[in-house]
Design a protein around this ligand. Sequence first.
Ligand code: PMP
Length: 336
Amino acid sequence: MKIRKEVLEFRPYRVLEGNYKIWLDKNENPFDLPLWLKEEIFWKLRGLHFNRYPHITSMPLREALAEFLGLDSSNIAVGNGSDELINYLVRMFEGKYIVTTPPTFGMYSFYSKLYGIPIVEVPLDENFRIRGDEIAEKAKDALAVFIASPNNPTGNLQPEEEILKVLETGAPVVLDEAYVEFAGKSMLDYVGDYPNLIILRTFSKAFGLASIRAGYMIADSSVVDALYRIKSPFSVSSVTMAIAQTLLEHYEVVEERVKFIMKERERMYEELMPYAYPSDANFLLVKLDAYNYLLDRGIVVRKLSGRLQGHIRITVGKREENDEVIKALKEFAKEL
Ligand code: PMP
């Protein structure tokens, strides 16, 4: 038996595990679902036929999303997390390479590397904004351009006019809106005007459903149709669909939590001035090399590297958790 060299040399995606007190490293929602909502879900799960495969193109959840968003289900696809959709999107279109805008979410290049697809990087400018003109130039031969807005790990929304410059090229633009609920601003309305715009969303952040693995994309029906030609048939389970649908029916729970997280984000930003950058997401980029200092105090955050060496990314947590991080970082900064 011989494992391919490319696989053995591949850098796996890993996160820290262990016994720590406060987890603010994965941009998760700090709140689990309320018990009454879990009970409603359990009741629904009782009626599911566990012996049967889920719907082959996830139509129940796509229809629920279509109603929720005021769109048609032919414009929506769902995946086992938005990661699964990214895994297909890097392979769906003709072109020579993908374009990414580092520092950004790593999975666009992760899957591209896995399939031997070249990556052209157009780095963000000094304010972490995308350079629309430069991306547009590279877009001509690109199979797809990946832009996250709000961006992970910098937290900022990208300017619409810069995204439009890229869309005008006609190249497929995957606009990853994983954190859109915390920004209150989306480019969803442009999908009708630009058949090359593919919006990615997830249930893992604002909806607080990271454990169930559900993400969705909104795009022209030709793109949705193409995806379902190649997608693994039963990757979104009936249990996942039932839970996601229940949350769409109780969106007020999501809204209330998003509001709290946004308020806490602003509080943390003010407390952590001048080290924190403004954020439109549920996390903050902080210019302090405090990863180990926080870890020693039982607080896990994300350590950044490359251009963001010496920075950390902190997920907004519960109030008490945020208080502890603020206190620890103030102490750290005092010792500088
Ligand atoms: N896009 C971005 C920008 C993210 O930060 C994440 C999660 N870290 C994802 C996509 C993936 O989310 P999921 O696979 O849980 O839907």
